[in-house]
Design a binder for this molecule. Structure first.
Ligand code: AMP
Length: 394
């Protein structure tokens, strides 16, 4: 991985080292192996209280290093407390020691990969329970339990109902991208999952935004939490150049095609509110000879994986995605984010444009704004204090 720590995301002279945060040799070796020179702000703030066993409510978005912020201390804690004998016995649910809930399959897989990096050589069992893949194979893999299980709520509940795994010995629950999980309607699933844990357990909640529903969930599930919010979590990263082109709705495709031909950005994510729009924009770009594909929830898991893989490799240049699909996808090097429509929620705007300028790089976010969307744009500018520069779309 070629991540270079960004000035905003990492070291200043008073940044502690990973060792000063309380991480031990074994974990430090994995940190060095991953190439992380210094903790990111969220890591500096969250690792010590997590090691100390406290509940933590952290404001942090994808790209801030949040996964390692919880994975590194949790792996260390698991190593300090040797695993009880495996329970791969007929009729006995597998023990899950630490549970991480993710909103989407894509994010869950990425998180599991990041955890494997943090746990390299530690011989921990890292499990994945996500929908879209056959349950049988997962069931066989999970019967013996997991030191860390990364799961989406629906598939996890399936496995719990089947008795494949149990949460009565789970000592830590992580809610990753809590705002996104609530947007996707997982509130009841999360509550019924949390109820299955023993009374005493550690809960960590990570969220890019803190709308009232997330605050309520945190109040319900976290016990005297420590609130952690690195300064950059509350504003869009300054490395993103924010632009708007004022165009009629009917001219959006032509404008986008002209801009992509003129500026030839390398890796582009176009956001649309609906699946239909994502299909039709991808088709329009393709007919104009641009390398583009849609990514949305109507596609099979295999197709989504293929699309993402080609985008990651760089053979696909433009990914046209719905918000639901795109959230949490960890792809660095997105040079341009296009808001094909103006999002109704300022939070969605922040999430969308956060796909670019990752890991210290620079990026551009361009919004295509039709006259009837101007009010939405004004609201975004007001709520996020964004400086969005108008550009000539011709
Ligand atoms: P996340 O916010 O967990 O999605 O992480 C975003 C990216 O930052 C991932 O590719 C990580 O490998 C990388 N990363 C995490 N911690 C650090 C660090 N301390 N220094 C440099 N890169 C990091």
């Amino acid at each position: 991985m070629t991540d270079t720590p960004s000035p905003a995301d990492t070291a200043s002279t008073d940044t502690p080292t990973f060792a000063q945060l309380g991480l031990q040799e074994r974990i430090l070796a994995n940190v060095a192996r991953a190439g992380y020179a210094a903790p990111s702000p969220i890591q500096a703030l969250a690792i010590p209280p997590i090691l100390a066993g406290k509940d933590v409510e952290a404001l942090s978005r994808t790209g801030s290093g949040k996964t390692a912020a919880f994975a590194l201390p949790l792996v260390q804690k698991l190593l300090a407390d040797p695993r009880p004998a495996a329970t791969a016995q007929e009729g006995v649910p597998g023990v899950v020691r630490t549970l991480i809930l993710s909103p989407t399959r894509e994010l869950a897989s990425q998180t599991a990969t990041a955890i494997r990096t943090c746990a390299h050589g530690c011989q921990l069992m890292i499990g994945l329970a996500i929908g879209g893949v056959p349950k049988d194979r997962q069931t066989r893999a999970l019967r013996g339990g997991a030191d860390i299980l990364v799961a989406t709520p629906g598939r996890l509940l399936d496995h719990l109902a089947d008795g494949t795994i149990g949460l009565d010995q789970t000592t830590c629950l992580v809610l990753d991208e809590a705002d996104r999980m609530l947007e996707l309607g997982f509130i009841e699933d999360i509550q019924s999952i949390a109820e299955r844990l023993p009374t005493r357990h550690q809960t960590l909640l990570f969220s890019a935004t803190m709308p009232p529903a997330v605050a309520t969930l945190a109040r319900r599930l976290l016990h005297r939490p420590l609130h952690v919010a690195p300064p950059e979590a509350t504003a869009p990263p300054p490395r993103i150049r924010q632009q708007v082109a004022f165009v009629a709705a009917a001219r959006k495709n032509a404008t986008l095609i002209a801009l992509l031909r003129r500026d030839t950005p390398e890796r582009v994510m176009v956001f649309t509110r609906t699946k239909q729009a994502s299909d039709s924009v991808a088709r329009a770009l393709e007919s104009a000879g641009l390398s583009a594909a849609a990514l949305h929830g109507d596609h099979s898991q295999a197709r989504r994986d293929r699309t993402l893989a080609t985008f990651r490799r760089g053979t696909l240049r433009v990914l046209v995605a719905t918000d639901v699909m795109a959230r949490g996808i960890d792809i660095d090097d997105v040079t341009l984010v296009v808001n094909y429509d103006i999002p109704e929620q300022p939070e969605t705007y922040i999430h969308r444009i956060g796909r670019t300028a990752r890991a210290g790089r620079r990026g551009t976010a361009l919004s295509l704004c039709a006259p009837e969307e101007r009010q939405l744009l004004r609201e975004i500018e007001r709520q996020t204090s964004a400086r969005i520069t108008a550009i000539d779309p011709t």
